[in-house]
Write a protein that binds this ligand. Structure first.
Ligand code: ACO
Length: 430
């Protein structure tokens, strides 16, 4: 029997259907409440609002579980690749060998951008933030593919748009990096896999060819897998919100990239390193920063700590911590920033303030340290995250536009402003 929730207000009882997910999520469907009762629901920051029904990723924040299409994140990191996970997220199943070969071929085939676009990059000042360049370039890419902007695309057109973006955003990200360090743009090499190709586009110079390193490739592959999706986070919800107006995928992804940029979201990986550098410059006095984070009159927060959904531990952080140690050992790096990170982590995990509030290191606490070890500039960290998140954003956009019941997203509000104010001519205003 379907469950019903009852809401009593103004001496009236309203029956609201209960929706249950396959993993036992329970939600009260309030979509008809307004027309039935005149009441809306208030949930600032959407802390307890499911904006859609989705079958892409599942998170249990209390147990520290993350699964893509039902498969545990740790198993995917161990056995799969970012390319295969991209297919899984976007198309809903693991590919067989023929499907996977076709997918990789399509992604590879679209790995060039229009030559004219190079001049867009060089028009930016050298100090431009690569996230600004990336979001603008993803939107600009659409002008070269007017045939892919049609809101009611056929499945074949949609696939073309998807594979083009999967491949070309990687090139745009690498070019944004090259612009930020003032080096010549480097084209893809057909014989390299997706990740090694990206590393090659980042690190090959006219003087030196990048030589793929398996340990680094695997660590980056795992980083991209753990970033690939995280259900209705700020940037993914933005992609869905923009896409719900039937805006094309280029525009929806560009909006997602902008949402990711913020330091409370993807920008935290850059903010973590900047914070650790600040502590280092301040004599490694990490205890002072723990106190600042606890002080309600101080806006300082420990970057890389806390998560809206994970209240136990972040399973992605557990995985990436191991790769972080591996990469640093492999490269023989002793980074004083890492020592501070370890001290800070230990101090926070044993401090009642952090324990009571269930504040644990999140994925961004460690990812920045790995990128730094790979010699990726701090300003590029969030671009790396964007590249990893790309298949998740695409999967959510695709799930939404393929839903026959899709409607434009339009939240309500509770108005709390002036009531019936008369217009005063300027000479009568105080
Ligand atoms: N440092 C110090 N105190 C914190 C921190 C932190 N990093 N995070 C949360 N708190 C405190 C809050 O002040 C609040 O305290 P109170 O109960 O005394 O008022 C309590 O812990 C609960 O935190 P909220 O602000 O309610 O948590 P919310 O779910 O709104 O925010 C967020 C989550 C944005 C991740 C927050 O923890 C934060 O700002 N962390 C630092 C930024 C960061 O690392 N972001 C990356 C997130 S992961 C990602 O996007 C990939």
């Amino acid at each position: 029997m379907n469950k019903i929730a009852r809401l009593e207000v103004d001496n009236q009882t309203y029956e609201l259907p209960v929706v249950e997910g396959t993993e036992g999520d329970k939600a009260i469907d309030v979509s008809r409440l307004l027309s039935q009762s005149g009441y809306t629901t208030l949930d600032s920051s959407y802390a307890n609002t499911a904006s859609c029904i989705s079958s892409i990723a599942y998170i249990d924040g209390d147990k520290g579980i993350l699964r893509y299409r039902g498969i545990d994140i740790a198993e995917l990191c161990e056995k799969s690749t970012f390319m295969e996970v991209s297919y899984l997220l976007i198309y809903g199943k693991l590919p067989n060998s023929a499907e996977f070969a076709r997918f990789k071929e399509r992604v590879h085939h679209h790995s060039l951008i229009h030559e004219d676009m190079k001049s867009f990059f060089t028009s930016y000042p050298g100090h431009a933030h690569p996230m600004a360049i990336l979001s603008a370039m993803v939107c600009s890419l659409s002008v070269y593919h007017p045939e892919l902007l049609e809101p009611n695309q056929s499945p074949a057109q949609r696939d073309q748009t998807i594979t083009r973006l999967l491949s070309k955003v990687r090139v745009l990200a690498a070019f944004a990096y090259k612009r930020s360090v003032g080096e010549a743009f480097v084209y893809t090499r057909p014989e390299l896999d997706y990740i090694s190709n990206f590393m090659h586009m980042l690190f090959t110079t006219p003087m030196k060819q990048y030589v793929p390193d398996e340990k680094i490739r695997k660590a980056l592959d795992v980083l991209f897998i753990i970033h690939a999706d995280h259900e209705q986070n700020c940037s993914t919800s933005t992609v869905r919100m923009v896409g719900s107006s039937k805006a094309n995928l280029f525009a929806s992804l560009a909006a997602g990239i902008c949402a990711l940029w913020g330091p409370l979201h993807g920008g935290a990986n850059q903010a973590v390193i900047e914070m650790l550098e600040e502590i280092h410059a301040d004599g490694d006095n990490y205890k002072k920063y723990i106190d600042k984070a606890k002080d309600k009159n101080d806006p300082f927060k420990l970057m890389g700590f806390g998560h809206r959904v994970y209240r136990n531990y972040d399973p992605r952080a557990t995985i990436i911590k191991r790769y972080c140690d591996d990469v640093l050992n492999h490269l023989g790096i002793h980074d004083p920033i890492l020592d501070i990170a370890k001290e800070l982590e230990h101090a926070a995990l044993t401090d009642p303030y952090f324990i009571e509030r269930k504040l644990y290191p999140n994925v961004d606490f460690y990812s920045g340290i790995i990128y730094r070890a790979m010699k990726i500039p701090t300003k590029m960290f969030t671009v790396m995250f964007a590249l990893g998140r790309l298949p998740g954003w695409i999967a959510h956009w695709k799930e939404m536009v393929e839903d026959p019941g899709m409607r434009i997203a339009r939240p309500r509000q509770v108005y709390n402003g002036e009531v019936g104010q008369a217009y005063k001519p300027i000479d009568q205003r105080l």
